[in-house]
Design a protein around this ligand. Sequence first.
Ligand code: PRP
Length: 176
Amino acid sequence: MRITKLKPLISEEAIQKRIRELADEISALYKDEPLVVVCVLKGAFMFFSDLVKHLSCKPELDFVRLASYGAASKSSKTITFTKDVEIPLEGKHVLIVEDIVDTGHSMDFLFRQFQARGARSLRLAVLLDKHERREVPVTSHFVGFALPSGFVVGYGLDYAESYRELPAIYEAEIEA
Ligand code: PRP
């Protein structure tokens, strides 16, 4: 499989404008409450980086990386940490920052894990909410853009580890 064409989908300007709006909403919600903002590597690195620059609520920042196994069978899909947060979450508000929610398995796993650690509240900020292939319900509290279908790259999202560096989001045409 290879990408044959990249079609512009969401411009750099549109992304940055939406991020400022989300940052204002998030800052107003948490004010001076203890907040940990968690980046889900690798895909969310650019969204996370741009979002936290505009937060005025003085958050702590941390990172996780997840791996999934058994994707061939939906029911046997297992998610694990390959990197966990280092900051204790008990008693703190936690905002997970994710690039895209697709089947929902990754966020379902992370919500269960963080809930068990006694977070005071748990919310999700997702740049792209893609419903087409959802298998597990996920509540996205802050959504950048709804994405009905298609394969997208850029702004942190990859195809075989390429295209993450692009400042805008593109729909990829893939040839088998
Ligand atoms: C992608 C994306 C989300 C997850 C969403 O990560 O960044 O974390 O998949 O999929 P789901 O809703 O079906 O669980 P990926 O595993 O490709 O890793 P990456 O972020 O390092 O690219």
